[in-house]
Design a protein around this ligand. Sequence first.
Ligand code: UDP
Length: 360
Amino acid sequence: MKFDYLIVGAGLAGSMMAYRVKEAGKTALVIDKRSHIGGNLYCEEIEGIQVHKYGPHIFHTSNKKVWEFVNRIVPFNYFHFSPLAMSQGRLFHLPFNMNTFYELWGTKTPAEAKAIINQQRQEIKGEPCNLEEQAIALVGRDIYERLIKGYTEKQWGRSCQELPSFIIRRLPVRYCFDNNYYNDTYQGIPIGGYNYLINNLVRGTEILLNTDYIENRVQLNTLARRVIYTGTIDRFFDFRYGALEYRSLRFEEELLNQESYQGNAVVNYTDADIPYTRIIEHKYFEYGNQPKTIITREYPMVWQQGKEPYYPVNDEVNDQKYALYRAEAEKQEKVVFFGRLAEYKYYDMHQIVEKAVEII
Ligand code: UDP
């Protein structure tokens, strides 16, 4: 065998594993079916701006070790994520905080905002059993209807009543004037873009691009003793329990001959009749002052074979199907399944870094 490990997928999960393998003094071959490494973190420099080609990525964590680890790989800037939401032609601050409440109701104190929200959340009795109920229980019906329902249903392609409640619990609700989207202690963007992070993780590891593992697995398996698989788990098992659902995205990028378009890295469009969920203005991730700007409209769409999968759809039907695949995966002595697609889990980047440190 030529390598100790064959790592399938050169996204963050695969690249982290490549780094860990190297650290352990072992060898790995990383393969990816795409023509570049970095998975969905991949950036392209256009007009001096790092363009997040597969949607905005902001690294955040409360784990000091994780933060120190990634900063040893590449220095991070002090970017703080504070997206805005456009609803019926008006801008609101996110996440839901005193600024949002003031913009919506004119409430000036936490007590005033709490009074409205507490009254509105009363319509939910008992434990919320779907995203709609969870959202109303958290912030009341006004915010649900204006800032959550349209965005969520566009993003997931189904009604909020059919979605699991944990998705909305990702967002903080704060009774202070704080627009920081995350509650984590540390956040930022790698200076110079995510490619530096990935390139530094895989430095010294052999890489084979444009190579599909599933199509060439018999031959590829002969190259290494063990496999770390970060692709979709249903495809690994030839869809024997049926296909799992994923959400995909389509991006429309525009180079504008002007300094600024919206003055912020991300503006969410929460109205149902606007087909995209957000507009990203990439220069703001790195405080760019280039004369031009690049924006990307992000359109959610159904995932089909041949498209990139982005989000697992962790509803009951899919989770049950995944459990069958997981049981198969556990029988595979040679293969470790790792990452958002292989574990069918809505991981954030810091969780991947954290887990990668534990795996080998
Ligand atoms: N969400 C929303 N309105 C917004 C932004 C987010 O309702 O303006 C909801 C939506 O259901 C989304 C969830 O919050 O799926 C989690 O959002 P997050 O920003 O964490 O999603 P990601 O960054 O992973 O796309």
